[in-house]
Design a protein around this ligand. Structure first.
Ligand code: CAA
Length: 258
């Protein structure tokens, strides 16, 4: 489908979703969020890893669209926030791995979008942060919750209360970003990681993601129960049979995701 503010490119099993509205540094207005919601719902079934990045030279996403938000009533802001939350939740709930390639400014809703991915790689040029309190609001697309779960309460409070923009090295130091890459090597790195992932069983990866997410909100015993059941459930699948047979026959496995 043709979109105005986003672009989906697919190469084999790896798709790259560009937020592509560079004139506004890829800011998330209603239209862009609606396009994202639709694209996430209709991802081609053969996509096994999704990379999310920003179009243009400067930004991943510079936040929710301030020009649009400035005029919202509180009821409209509830709707706008709900749309943003739906998009982040849809991204998080995808059964395939998602990688944020933060290629520039990732502020406010931009950091929130990156945090809704499974993990984040950033270019040396990246600047991340949640500057919403400087606009008289708080993060509204899940930032108070997802950032806190990733970096801990004190760091999240420090970033949110100061509104500081941090560079990629600092974001790596606090655990928000996994690796910092030269700007011209960021997407290649993400694709290389994606290539490794697509060699493995899609069924097992999807299950692992589901278990990690479901367990993260539970105590350890309950979380381990989720893992125990999921581990057993995979036996008898084509991927389990093929993976173990291929090991014993000393050949690479060919997985079908069934
Ligand atoms: N919303 C709308 N437009 C934005 C935008 C945003 N979040 N960020 C940048 N733009 C627009 C600018 O208004 C400008 O448009 P014009 O050319 O028409 O004037 C264009 O993008 C280029 O931006 P700048 O000229 O400001 O570029 P710069 O290099 O001088 O600065 C920047 C870059 C530091 C990222 C700066 O643009 C900036 O601070 N942007 C806002 C960042 C921000 O506060 N984000 C949080 C938004 S609130 C939020 O996200 C709420 C939530 O959680 C849901």
């Amino acid at each position: 489908m043709a979109y105005e503010n986003i672009r989906l490119e697919q190469e084999g099993a790896i798709a790259t979703l560009f937020i592509d509205r560079p004139k506004a540094l890829n800011a998330l207005n209603t239209k862009t969020l609606q396009e994202l919601e639709s694209a996430l719902k209709s991802l081609p079934a053969d996509v096994r890893v999704l990379i999310v990045t920003g179009g243009g030279e400067k930004a991943f996403v510079a936040g929710a669209d301030i020009a649009e938000m400035a005029a919202l009533t509180d009821a409209q802001a509830q709707e706008f926030g709900a749309l943003g939350h739906r998009v982040m939740a849809a991204l998080e709930a995808l059964p395939i791995p998602t990688i944020a390639a933060v290629n520039g400014f990732a502020l406010g809703g931009g950091s929130e979008l990156a945090l809704a991915c499974d993990f984040i790689y950033a270019s040396e040029k990246a600047k991340l942060g949640l500057p919403e309190v400087g606009l008289g609001v708080i993060p509204g697309f899940g930032g108070t919750q997802r950032l806190t779960r990733v970096v801990g309460r004190a760091r999240a409070k420090e970033l949110i209360f100061t509104g500081d923009r941090i560079d990629a090295a600092k974001a790596k130091e606090i655990g928000m970003v996994l690796e910092v890459l030269p700007a011209d090597g960021l997407l290649a790195h993400c694709r290389a990681v994606a290539e490794k992932i697509v060699k493995n069983s899609p069924l097992a990866i999807s299950k692992a993601k589901q278990v990690i997410e479901a367990g993260a909100d539970q105590d350890l015993r309950a979380a381990n129960d989720i893992e125990r059941k999921a581990f057993g459930d995979l036996f008898g699948s084509e991927d389990q049979r093929e993976g173990m047979k291929a090991f014993l026959e000393k050949r690479p496995a060919t997985f079908t995701g069934k």
